[in-house]
Structure formats: C-alpha cells, structure tokens
Design a protein around this ligand. Structure first.
Ligand code: FES
Length: 152
C-alpha cells in the first residue's frame, strides 16, 4: 500500500464538479462525493449516508444539498442534515480548496483534520501558499471534528 502524503490533493479541474450532479471520488481508501453548493462552492462529503449507508454519489443535488437516493434525506456542504431531514447525525465534510482552477481536498493519513494551522500553505507536493482570490472551504463540521486537531 502506498503512503498518502498529508496535505492538499488535486482532484482535477474544479469546473468539472459544477454540473449540478454528484461526483463519486475513490481516494484515500474510501469513497467521497463532490458537488457544488448553491453558491457554486464545491463541497466534499463521505459518500456513505450516515442514516443507513446509501451511496450519496448516486443521489442528486437539490438546492445546493446532496439528496440521498435511499430515503431522500439531504445533507448540506458541511455534512449537516438539511431540507427538513430528521436525522441529526452529520456526515464527514472534507476541506476543499480551489487553486489555478483546480480542486484540492485535504487529507491527513494520521486521521487529523488540522487545516486550521496548516491551512492552504502546504499544498501537497508544492508547499506553496495560495494566492489571493483562491477559495478555501476548510470547515471542521462533523461531530468527530470538534477541535482544530481531532481525529476524523
Ligand atoms: S440511507 Fe440515506 S437517507 Fe436513509
């Protein structure tokens, strides 16, 4: 098994994710779903629905949220239940960054989501600080991400 470096990992052109559809991403030994929220910001969640395991990448994007194909409950870009969905358990939201029209996702193989201190200053491979005008979505929003350096 190849080690995955801690940092921002490129997922390709950001515009590819702004087509109003969910996109399955198989990385880091798991499956994620990427979609554009109502502001056009690309959000990434675990693809496994926290309710009963539906594959959110097979759902649909409704009002900037991801709609689970099994029971139609919705999850916003922070991984929180949205659209009147009753389930209180959030799903994991991954930090994203756009740079040079590319989408990046933050990953730490040690299981930490320390994008607060690392921020976008440590791009995977390049270690470059982002220029002004870049979009950073580094929200530690799930129940298991209660501090700036907590296990995910
Ligand atoms: S499995 Fe996703 S809402 Fe029930």
């Amino acid at each position: 098994m190849t080690a995955v470096e801690t940092g921002w990992h490129c997922l390709g052109p950001a515009e590819n994710y702004r087509d109003g559809k969910p996109h399955a991403i198989a990385v880091f030994g798991t499956k994620l779903v990427a979609f554009a929220d109502s502001r056009g910001e690309i959000r990434i969640l675990d693809a496994r629905c926290p309710h009963m395991g539906g594959d959110l990448s097979n759902g649909s994007v409704v009002g900037g949220t991801i709609d689970c194909p099994i029971h139609r409950w919705r999850w916003d870009g922070n991984g929180e239940a949205a659209g009147g969905s009753p389930h209180p358990t959030p799903t994991r939201a991954w930090a994203t960054l756009e740079r040079d029209q590319q989408l990046f996702v933050w990953h730490d193989p040690e299981g930490f989501a320390d994008v607060q201190s690392s921020s976008a200053s440590s791009m995977s491979g390049s270690r470059a600080r982002p220029a002004s005008g870049e979009r950073l979505s580094a929200r530690a929003s799930t129940a298991s991400m209660t501090s700036s350096r907590s296990r995910v």
